[in-house]
Write a protein that binds this ligand. Sequence first.
Ligand code: GLN
Length: 289
Amino acid sequence: MQAPPPTTLPADVRGLLQAARDLGVDRLDAQWLLSHHLGRPRTWLLAHDDHPLPEALSRRLMADLSHRAQGLPLAYVLGEQAFCGLALKVGPDVLIPRPETEVLVDWALDLLPAGLPRQVADLGTGSGAIALALAARRPGLRLTATDASAAALTLARANAARLELDVSFLLGHWWQPLAGQRFDLVVSNPPYIAEGDAHLAALGHEPQAALTSGPDGLDALREIIAGARAHLAPGGWLLLEHGHDQGSAVRQALADHGFGRCETRLDLAGLDRCTGGQRCEGPTRANTP
Ligand code: GLN
């Protein structure tokens, strides 16, 4: 049972943490909120539980706690998520960047020697997370990022401007805005959860178009792989994030489209998370009868 809303606003850190407990909000989440709004590290809160909260801040924090109590992910409540050391603005128009996607970024960085002006594309960029992480780590890259959602691109552009990182953003579905362009490396974290998957119930606040893709979750991955050859320079690489049980299907689809050196990398939980391959010359199995 949730406690009724307090009639008076919490006056200090201790009161706010108590109000969070009464609302059933995780203590750590409440501490992150306080730390974010007070501009202090979380450890500081431990020694300052009598720190006064101005009324306006207390009201704002109570509204945030109530959104969190209703299940809004903390990243949306804060409006921010850390990814590869970048503080990215996020909102309900974009998927919240996940730590496992850093596997994809690390693999891309392995393939991008510093100082070379390589052409790189990020398909379905959302908040811009992957493209911006690459831009931050490899100055001089020519980065293009696409998304079919205009609202996502507005947020991604704002992230790029705030972080002073240079990425060209294009509106459109997967390869569609990239006609005639070729890249040395293409990365994507597309939607890959199967429609009706039980695990979607916990992700109801995030854009479904960024999460699900057909009955087996592989529609977007297949579409990206099918169009990749025409957009990769010879020897170029395609790296894709996918579900823990999709590694072999993605390796097979890449091989069918003439990719070599296909390999799957694991996330920190030890699960298949990213598969990549290199464009090889010669006919592809998918194109030959
Ligand atoms: N990794 C996310 C999840 O399973 C899904 C992201 C995606 O579909 N690209 O929560």
